[in-house]
Design a protein around this ligand. Structure first.
Ligand code: DC
Length: 234
């Protein structure tokens, strides 16, 4: 089987990571959650008082401290999932809080933060056999990825999924609060100067509003099989 790179981009809470993990597991590829990396930098900034209560970031100081921020992943054999490390500390739970949700888009719009994370992502994915999900994977991190997917879904469906995820972790919000946060993040992600979220010209759109996890996985696995058959014919 030809080794490929699979890039999954799209809006917040469209199930990108669920799909990416399922593909990686099915075809035995590595999975890189690039959003988790920006979330880890956000945790660092929050812990070091570089973001105030009004979400204002001390950008100069954060950029100056970037060399103190080490982001990595560790595979947990018990849960069979990858966990995010900030300077060696497992912060997987902390990166999924609403406080991080509210600040991560702004942190990820800082040019120097992006440069550092993109360089790391390219290094992690250089040997192919990898699935990455994020906002700029197919357009910027790996523009030559063999398979590019762009995911979207209805706002109410996405808000409900995120609400369920938060409440399963004991964090309770209203549907409206979560929906507003999603809309704000989509706006920030699509309007920032540095590598905004846009669909790569050659990306295949998946709207999973009415698709089950199994259906979308089946759809993508078929795309991969067809691609491999195409390559073998050439
Ligand atoms: O996928 P996520 O919700 O965990 O991503 C968190 C934030 O990180 C998202 O609001 C935008 C940013 N992000 C980005 O700018 N580029 C990426 N490749 C991945 C995420």
């Amino acid at each position: 089987m030809q080794k490929i790179t699979i890039a999954i981009d799209g809006y917040s809470s469209c199930g990108k990571s669920t799909l990416a993990k399922a593909i990686a597991q099915k075809i035995n590829y590595n999975y890189i959650d690039t959003g988790a990396m920006y979330r880890a930098v956000t945790v660092y900034a929050l812990r070091n008082n570089l973001i105030n209560a009004k979400h204002k970031i001390n950008e100069v100081e954060l950029v100056a401290q970037l060399n103190r921020i080490d982001v990595a992943f560790h595979f947990n054999a018990n849960t069979k999932s990858s966990e995010t490390l900030l300077n060696g500390e497992n912060i997987e739970k902390e990166i999924r809080t609403m406080l991080v949700n509210e600040n991560v888009s702004k942190v990820s719009s800082i040019k120097e933060v992006r440069e550092k994370m993109v360089a790391l992502q390219r290094k992690m994915g250089k040997n192919k056999e990898v699935v990455l999900d994020g906002r700029d994977i197919g357009t910027n991190v790996f523009p030559d990825a063999e398979l590019k997917l762009f995911m979207t879904a209805d706002y109410d469906v996405r808000a409900q999924r995120r609400l369920d995820e938060l409440s399963s972790k004991g964090q309770y919000f209203t549907h409206e609060e979560v929906k507003i946060n999603l809309m704000q993040r989509d706006y920030d992600d699509t309007h920032r100067k540095e590598n905004p979220l846009i669909k790569a010209k050659d990306a295949i759109v998946i709207d999973n509003t009415d698709l089950s996890r199994e259906e979308q996985l089946e759809f993508v696995l078929k795309l991969i099989t067809d691609m491999q058959l195409l390559v073998e014919k050439v």
